[in-house]
Design a protein around this ligand. Sequence first.
Ligand code: S3P
Length: 430
Amino acid sequence: MQTIHYKNAVVKGELQVPGDKSISHRAVMLGSIAEGKTSITGFLNGEDCLRTIDIFEQLGVTIETEGTNVEIESPGILNWTKPTEELYAGNSGTTARLMLGILAGAPVEATMSGDASLSSRPMDRVTIPLRKMGASIEEKSDADLLPLTIKGTKLNGITYKSPVASAQVKSAILFAGLQAEGKTSVHEDTVSRDHTEQMLRYFGANVQTDDTVASIQQGEMLTGRKVHVPGDISSAAFFMVAAGLVPGSSLTLTNVGLNPTRTGIIDVLKRMGLGVDVTDATTENGEPVGTIQLTHRPLQGVEIAGELIPRLIDELPIIALLATQAKGKTIIKDAAELRVKETDRIAAVTNELTKIGANIEATPDGMVIHGLTPLKGGTMDSYGDHRLGMMAGIASLITSDPITIEGAACIDISYPSFFKDLETVTKKSL
Ligand code: S3P
């Protein structure tokens, strides 16, 4: 439990947010699949990514972490050792689902498990295509939920039409495809984040992409690389919104990942009226990186739907908070995936923002927010969901009374230095 209040604190200065969660996971995964030495800089030391490291250590990979530097020395996927205990993914859907794809064709047998939240999240979205490839997966319950025992076996390539625009599904299939005979292709209706394709290619795998289709050919053993992880745009989003909430704010965010499959938040903030300028753009290991400059301006409501949704799926809770301070109606639709995230984010965001005075309704696949409403203080529950915890923290910038966050510790999942960084860019008014 944590009580905070930054009322009237103008958001100013420069900040570098921690490393990208999706890219940090994939850097450790590819560095462990590949033979030899991989050096990672800018790694995110959040709970989720640390679970991924623990799992590869159990598979016989040597991993040393010092600050945000990670050194991996791997015998390569074909020489991993059988783990003696369950592989525990904690709260991390990315770890669990991508590991199932990786393990499907690896010469080991292992049981993947997770915490209570992860154990209730759907795994059939990956087990169905993996079984089509020949994977041997056994569940303890009737539904395909964790824990799942997977025994590496010979796989065949498939062409799969994914029913959801999910990078976790696409990535699990592509990782399995690396070990599968022939070619494996994943078709999506709308393209999801493509970090797996970028990183597989960077490590030397034969990956082709064409709009909403990603394909991979069975590969030789990959070899280690040097990887730089840019700052996480999903973490930066909390501070972009902070600058959007408080009049007079002006903030610079450096070294932010700008992969176009993730930048929907920038498009939406611009449409809402916030001043957003992107500069210094470069590319490192296939990933665009740059600086984002935010300037507060009055905001208006917008509609957020369709192809934009996968490009900002993790930002929708914090966008909902911002929408309470935008004039008019903000409509979020086509986002039913929010219901199967770390918690049901449609129900949780609606409940928690209503508690502090927002005018917000849940719909089956999104939310409708009527602005502009003053927000009061109170107790907000994180539901053990890091993004809900941070949404509550940012709300305290504009509430009339302090905010108490129940279960604030879960913020460590993706942003351990969140409160320190919030302190840095604000001047506490209490
Ligand atoms: C992620 C993909 C997204 C996202 C999650 C991270 C990834 O999930 O919400 O936080 O790293 O692949 P889905 O693939 O289920 O949409």
